[in-house]
Design a protein around this ligand. Structure first.
Ligand code: XIL
Length: 672
């Protein structure tokens, strides 16, 4: 974390450096051709830019089998009943978001996107609405319902089923009878879409229905005419949801034609509630293939996880049996999505190291989870450079606070990411850590001394210790690792800054890494017994051009392997921050590129999806969620998560006053 940058200076330099960066940036790692085949539905769907989702019931979130499948397999969720009118506004004007919030917060914290279901529907509609008799009253009731619900979830919903099941079955192709149709006439659907657009302009707005999969059916034709009309008149509609509740025969043979005909009107299409009686493999394969063959078919949602979770549970229509085992249809779906069945996959894996990292990464980002909380004595503009450790059932996060007057540190803890935003911020300038320049913290438990260490920059590399991570007042006053800047840094730093100190130990030695904002990564070494003293013999651990190897290094041990992972933050040709990665078999190096280029980055806006909205183009200084909490800094290579700092792309002005916030990346191409 660079303490003193001036944006004007940096922008000019970035442009000046592009030619150099292009020459020295290593090319894609050998062997990184083509996407890896994934072994979960969500990860495999993500490889073609699609999502794979499920309906979720709030009442089942305490069931461990249920949530473990949910989090392993799905990257999108639809609340099964919790957003319906009879839950959200059971009596007029009195809104209840509790059950749906549970689902939405949980999903957002895990990087799963959310489909909103549903704003206007004749079913699961409270009696006070269906018994209204006055059109003006109903119009304002409907608009108020849409506005209040969509507003509550604004920014968190990928797609809204604005209107559900408004067309009649049978041969009429007309709207069905409902209180909305009967009092407001045909125009109620258009009205609902316009109101929803105003309330949440970022969400995709869908019309959702069943029995519209067969192209020649009158009902399908009726919906098609409506969408065509909406598109021609500029009524805001972005997508059509095909529920796809099928009998044993699966989809009609025209299903793909139907999807592509709708898509040709200029809307996305989605399969929103898929279940198939008895779950025949061929029927599932046919359904998934129809979607895969239509570019604008953006995702598939199955209507529940296990057969026992299904609203049609007697027909065993889902992909997991009552015990949570994968059914044959699961393998068919995975294969149709382009993936490899787990049994075949096992052969490939055994030829590699048990838990090796992939050579390409893709991620899904949460929205901003932690924002500055200025108080009367802390006028804070940004929260930055997080370090995080999971200990005793809580995440403990330390971060820099930035303001025009400089940097200091803050501490917060919470049990779940959904609570990160409401956690209390403890300012460490009020403790023995003290006021003045302290930034870019790193926290770990030094087991040999039974002490927590907080490492940070002060101009030197400094640390405080604390026997109890839960007690923000327990930190000692700063002490320095070095008597002064090591000669080798002084000789190479140029106009840079000495920043971002990072400690990691193996069984014999501890290593202190730091950066100079001038293309050098330094490493000093001491023995485990001597730590924190004895950091001498500083060497250059890696070097590149200034912006290609800028700052914010992290080094981790990959659990169950002999591999170490190095991440360093770079500034891309677009001026945006991103991470490059290397591996080595020892902390002393040498470091081999893993995903280390702009086109194959470790984490960059280009390999991160933002289901909750694209709130940052910078993926900047942060830390991996570790498997343990001690000085060996091990990470589990499965489903990596990275807490990072991001920034509103339109923010400008004084570097220290930029509104950095913290978000969480979750890896979406994990193969385990
Ligand atoms: C179903 C739910 O799965 C059940 O739990 C509930 O009792 C009834 O509704 N079309 C839809 C979904 O749009 O909301 C319905 O969900 C299934 C049919």
């Amino acid at each position: 974390m660079n303490p003193l940058k001036r944006p004007g200076r940096r922008r000019a330099s970035v442009l000046g450096l592009l030619a150099v960066a292009a020459m020295v940036t290593p090319t894609t790692v050998t062997g990184a051709s083509g996407a890896e085949r994934a072994t979960t539905l969500g990860a495999q769907a993500a490889q073609s830019g699609r999502y794979f989702g499920t309906a979720v019931a709030a009442g089942k979130l305490g069931d461990g089998t249920y949530t473990s499948i949910l989090d392993r397999e799905f990257n999108s969720v639809t609340p099964e009943n919790e957003m319906k009118w009879d839950t959200t506004e059971r009596s007029r004007g009195s809104f209840n978001f509790g059950p749906a919030d549970q689902i939405v917060n949980r999903a957002t914290a895990r990087g799963q996107r959310v489909r909103g279901h549903t704003l206007v529907w004749h079913s699961q509609l409270p009696g006070w609405v269906s018994s209204l008799t006055d059109a003006n009253t109903l119009r304002s009731v409907m608009n108020n319902h849409i506005t209040t619900v969509a507003n509550h979830y604004k920014g968190k919903i990928h797609s809204w089923d604005v209107v559900n099941e408004a067309f009649a079955d049978g041969g009429s192709g007309a709207h069905r009878s409902s209180v909305f149709q009967n009092l407001l006439g045909d125009g109620f659907i258009e009205q609902a879409f316009r109101t929803a657009r105003t309330a949440d302009p970022a969400a995709k707005l869908c019309y959702n229905d069943y029995n519209i999969e067969n192209w020649s059916d009158a009902k399908t034709q009726g919906v098609y005419r409506m969408v065509r009309d909406f598109k021609s008149r500029g009524v805001p509609i972005d997508c059509v949801g095909f529920q796809a509740h099928f009998g044993t025969g699966g989809p009609p043979s025209s299903f793909q034609t139907t999807l592509s005909n709708f898509a040709a009107l200029g809307v996305d299409v989605q399969i929103t509630e898929l279940d198939i009686a008895q779950a025949p493999q061929a029927a599932y394969t046919g359904t998934v293939r129809a979607c895969m063959n239509v570019a604008r078919c953006t995702g598939i949602t199955v209507w529940g996880i296990r057969d026992s979770d299904s609203w049609r549970s007697g027909e065993n229509p889902l992909l997991f049996d009552r015990s949570g085992n994968k059914k044959a249809a699961y393998q068919s779906v995975l294969t149709a999505l382009g993936g490899t069945a787990a049994t075949q996959r096992a052969d490939t894996r055994s030829s590699r190291s048990a838990a090796a990292l992939p050579s390409r990464f893709s991620w899904s980002s949460s929205g901003p989870l932690i924002s500055p909380k200025p108080d009367s004595t802390h006028n804070i503009a940004g929260i930055k450079d997080p370090t995080v450790v999971r200990y005793n059932g809580k995440y403990h996060v330390f971060a820099s606070t930035a303001s025009a007057s400089g940097y200091n540190l803050v501490y917060l803890s919470f049990s779940d990411w959904s609570q990160a935003g409401s956690a209390t911020h403890h300012y460490l300038d009020r403790t023995a850590v003290g006021a003045g320049y302290r930034a870019a913290p790193q926290v770990f438990y030094y087991a040999p001394q039974r002490l927590w260490y907080l490492v940070y920059q002060t101009g030197n590399a400094s640390y405080s210790t604390n026997p109890d991570i839960d007690n923000p007042n327990g930190w000692s006053a700063p002490r320095n690792f070095y008597s002064s800047m090591p000669d080798i840094i002084r000789q190479n730093i140029g106009n840079g800054y000495w920043v971002d100190m990072w400690v990691i130990c193996d069984s014999a030695n501890c290593h202190l890494f730091s950066s100079d904002d001038n293309g050098h990564l330094y490493r000093s070494q001491t023995s485990v017994g001597q730590f924190p003293g004895g950091f001498t013999n500083t060497v250059i651990a890696a070097q590149d051009s200034k912006y290609a190897l800028f700052e914010a290094s992290n080094v981790y041990r990959v659990q169950d392997t002999n591999q170490y992972l190095l991440l360093v933050e770079a500034i891309g040709s677009d001026g945006r921050r991103y991470f490059r990665s290397w591996t080595a078999s020892s902390l002393a190096g040498s470091w081999t590129p893993l995903a280390a280029s702009e086109s194959n980055p470790f984490a960059r806006a280009s390999n991160v999806s933002f289901p909750a909205g694209s709130w940052t183009r910078d993926i900047s200084h942060g830390e991996m969620i570790r498997a343990g909490h001690d000085q060996t800094l091990s990470i589990n290579s499965c489903r990596l998560q990275y807490l990072y700092q991001g920034l509103n792309p339109h923010a400008s002005g004084d570097y220290n006053s930029l509104p950095w916030r913290l978000g969480l990346l979750t890896q979406t191409n994990s193969t385990c």
